[in-house]
Design a protein around this ligand. Structure first.
Ligand SMILES: Nc1ncnc2c1ncn2[C@@H]1O[C@H](COP(=O)(O)OP(=O)(O)OP(=O)(O)O)[C@@H](O)[C@H]1O
Length: 351
């Protein structure tokens, strides 16, 4: 998907001037409250009209003030999922799902309702009234309803806010299944860096009504580390585990990791706080920690009283955070071999 935006919009004292072109499947809009993220989304969806400029989605010009083009929201084929979705309260889940699908021109209907019902596990809910659904179920229905309109782009404005932590990750799991299975481009707004890392590949940073920067999501996660109070968290994608006594053994690239936690999926995502990894000069003779990984230092960064060490462990990258005294004692430098030691309980399952 390619989105080319060059628009201006004034709302009271607030001015939005967005000028960017982005190409990719999973894009995030990240920025402080009031910076203009939702405004930009409304302009794209056709729910708000720019004062001037152009908006292009792939080959389609959806807005061009000079040439008086302003496609109606339904003609843009851009789906929107909000934080609070307005499902039709008097209709069942099934009728809500099929509402948009029936109104989508037949030649555009490339998604089978049965397939999305299966991916989002909505089968058991189909005959239920939408008022009898939990928050997470409502979000899944709202997402399925939008996906069934077969849009060329889905906009999601903080769709997970208001859900408790467990539900939030459950919905992210479903979202990931939907977006990888149906290959639908996504523009995702959130205040949470973790949500961004789980949902997007690239990020547009919005500040005071302008797009300040465009970067890979992982690059943002790594750069934010130098901000006091922010710590880097490694996200490890691990496959289905094998039992190992009371523990679980996972393949991580060309390395095996031993964890206390079980991940039931074919792909599980675990968090590993960069501060929880201990570095040794040599392989320790004996240790209670279950993971002892030979690694090589790739890069070192110092910020105040913290040192971030980027390690190459087999084919994987691991970020470790230590204090400057440890860096000196270990005589850390690029290319130096080092041993990373991690307890089996240090990994926390996210998805
Ligand atoms: N109709 C309006 N009239 C005047 N000002 C408005 C209007 N709508 C939005 N604004 C202002 O525009 C600015 C940007 O709002 P917007 O909702 O786009 O920000 P946001 O980045 O999405 O914020 P949040 O993360 O809190 O949702 C805010 O200062 C807001 O108060």
């Amino acid at each position: 998907m390619q989105l080319a935006v060059s628009v201006h919009k004034q709302l009271g004292a607030f001015n939005l001037t967005a000028d960017f072109t982005v190409t990719g499947q999973r894009i995030g809009l990240f920025g402080p409250s009031g910076s203009g993220k939702s405004t930009l989304m409304y302009l794209l969806a056709g729910l708000l009209k720019p004062d001037r400029g152009t908006l292009r989605l792939d080959q389609t010009i959806v807005f061009d003030s000079t040439n008086r083009i302003n496609l109606a929201p339904e003609a843009r084929r851009i789906g929107v999922v909000f934080q609070h979705n307005h499902l039709f309260p008097h209709m069942s889940v099934r009728s809500n799902l099929l509402y948009g699908w029936k109104r989508t021109p037949e030649h555009e209907r490339h998604i089978d309702p049965e397939a999305i019902i299966e991916v989002l596990q909505l089968g058991k809910l189909l005959d239920r009234g939408v008022n009898l659904l939990s928050g997470g179920e409502r979000q899944r229905v709202a997402l399925a309803r939008t996906v069934l309109t077969c849009p060329r782009l889905i906009l999601m404005d903080e769709p997970l806010t208001g859900l408790d932590e467990e539900l939030k990750f459950q919905v992210i799991f479903y979202l990931n299944s939907v977006f990888s299975q149906f290959k639908m481009p996504l523009l995702f707004i959130s205040h949470s860096l973790l949500e961004m890392r789980l949902m997007t590949e690239q990020i547009l940073i919005v500040e005071q009504g302008t797009i300040k920067q465009q970067m890979a999501t992982e690059e943002l996660a790594q750069s934010i580390w130098s901000t006091p109070g922010q710590n880097y968290v490694n996200l490890l994608h691990l496959g289905r585990p094998q039992p190992l006594g009371d523990l679980w053994s996972y393949q991580w690239g060309d390395i095996r990791l031993i964890l206390t936690e079980y991940g039931p999926n074919n792909e599980n995502i675990f968090e590993l706080d960069a501060r929880e990894i201990v570095l040794f000069k040599h392989h320790p003779e004996a240790t209670s920690a279950r993971n002892v990984l030979p690694c090589r230092v790739r890069k070192l960064f110092t910020a105040g009283n913290r040192v971030r060490v980027e390690l190459q462990c087999g084919v994987n990258t691991l970020i470790v955070q230590i204090v400057p005294e440890s860096k000196r004692e270990l005589e850390l430098a690029p290319n130096k071999e080092v041993v990373a030691v991690i307890k089996a309980s240090a990994f926390k399952k996210v998805l």
